[in-house]
Design a protein around this ligand. Structure first.
Ligand code: NAD
Ligand code: DAU
Length: 348
């Protein structure tokens, strides 16, 4: 093994795709998945690689400072790819403190522990995975670039913005070798059905109302999760220390257009009459402080590192729908129990 890489949050949606990619593509790396298994963490997401000789799972909480110091000292990682986070905007509106604790404090604990062991950190790397939501909301025109001023609007994005600032401050103040990326909305297999696309897929499947916030006119820039994982791989290995890279799909969709498109696709897949699923669309009270539009300019990543998304949205969405329809057990397991309480509370 020539390198030990810790990936935090590897049982979550994006983390599980990053784990799979690294375990398979880098047999010489020892990959350690550190995850506390919150409601969003699910070891079934990475069952296929769980027996690989270069993979190990450690259950642990990044908000537990003593544990993190012990874990980092024992593990002596050469690199950390940090994805563990509270990630859902609606939950952050109900419970901001959990976002502050995990997303800000957890990130700082990790970096403090790394400072203890990386005395000469020339070939080390702390890679912080962040979001385009730190830039706030766009109007109808323009794009977020790496130099757009931070203007977070939700407790979730405020916590991610704060953690980004801490990460940069540790580079400037302590010379911690960091890199950051800010990505647009991901979709694909294994996404917890609190997020728009899997929630709609699950509800269409059960003929339940499709809750569209406000008038459905908000716009998001969607990227297939494996394309995000390929960008993370590239930035981890080739990105410049201290730099930030934006990652996006150049694929903007108004929510209502996306939901309509998904309805048509699922009508075909489920053998329903065209238009059946669209009848389930229900406009509901808007999200508080709902950002109108996100759109990423990923020129830096494209020009400096040669990254391009590999999938067209239509193809990626079809793969996603097929995955959910053929992984009934996964969906049933994550939507039983607590999910029902969550759904009642948020959509009552
Ligand atoms: P997710 O909610 O699916 O997974 C988060 C994972 O982190 C889970 O496995 C969970 O168990 C783990 N975790 C949470 N708190 C923890 C703690 N205290 N200690 C250890 N582990 C903990 O999230 P995701 O959608 O996969 O997002 C991963 C990262 O990517 C986050 O940092 C998020 O801000 C960022 N991001 C997400 C998107 C997106 O569209 N989902 C886009 C851009 C950036
Ligand atoms: O932009 C990157 C961000 O994308 C990530 O940092 C976040 O972790 C991720 O959750 C996502 O945030 P959004 O708030 O954009 O994603 P979400 O899937 O929650 O919502 C997408 C859009 O759909 C948003 O405009 C709100 C709307 N929506 C969402 C849900 C869950 C609905 O209209 N109805 C719904 O039931």
């Amino acid at each position: 093994m020539n390198k030990t890489i810790v990936i935090t949050g590897g049982a979550g949606f994006i983390g599980s795709h990053v784990i799979r990619r690294f375990v398979k593509n880098y047999p010489d790396y020892q990959i350690i998945n550190l995850d506390s298994l919150t409601y969003a963490g699910n070891l079934n997401n990475i069952e296929d690689v769980s027996k690989s000789s270069n993979y190990k799972f450690v259950k642990g909480d990044i908000t537990d400072r003593d544990f993190i110091f012990r874990f980092i000292a024992d593990t002596q990682p050469d690199g950390v790819i940090h994805l563990a986070a509270e990630s859902h905007v609606d939950r952050s509106i109900r419970n901001p403190v959990a976002f502050l604790t995990t997303n800000i404090l957890g990130t700082v604990h990790l970096m403090d522990a790394l400072r203890e062991i990386w005395k000469e950190p020339t070939d080390k790397r702390f890679y912080h995975i962040s979001t385009d939501e730190v830039y706030g909301s766009l109007g109808k025109e323009g794009y977020f670039t790496e130099s757009t001023a931070y203007d977070p609007k939700s407790p979730y994005s405020a916590s991610k913005a704060s953690s980004d600032h801490f990460v940069r401050s540790y580079f400037n103040t302590f010379g911690l070798p960091i890199v950051i990326s800010n990505c647009s909305n991901n979709y694909g297999p294994n996404q917890f059905p609190e997020k728009l696309i899997p929630l709609m897929i699950n509800n269409i499947r059960h003929n339940k109302p499709l809750p569209v916030y406000g008038k459905g006119e908000n716009i998001r820039d969607w990227l297939y999760v494996e394309d995000h994982a390929s960008a993370i791989d590239l930035i981890f290995h080739k990105g410049k220390t201290g730099e930030t890279y934006n990652i996006g799909g150049e694929n903007e969709w108004k929510n209502i257009d996306l939901v309509n498109f998904l309805c048509q696709l699922m009508d075909k897949k489920l053998g329903r009459n065209s238009g059946d699923s669209e009848k389930l669309i229900t406009y509901v009270t808007d999200r508080a402080g709902h950002d109108l539009r996100y759109a990423i300019e990923a020129e830096k990543l494209r020009d400096e590192l040669g990254w391009r998304p590999s999938l067209q949205f239509e193809e990626g969405l079809e793969k996603t729908v097929d995955w959910y329809l053929s992984n009934d057990d996964w969906l049933e397991a994550v939507t039983s129990g607590d999910y029902q309480n969550y759904y009642q509370e948020y959509y009552k």
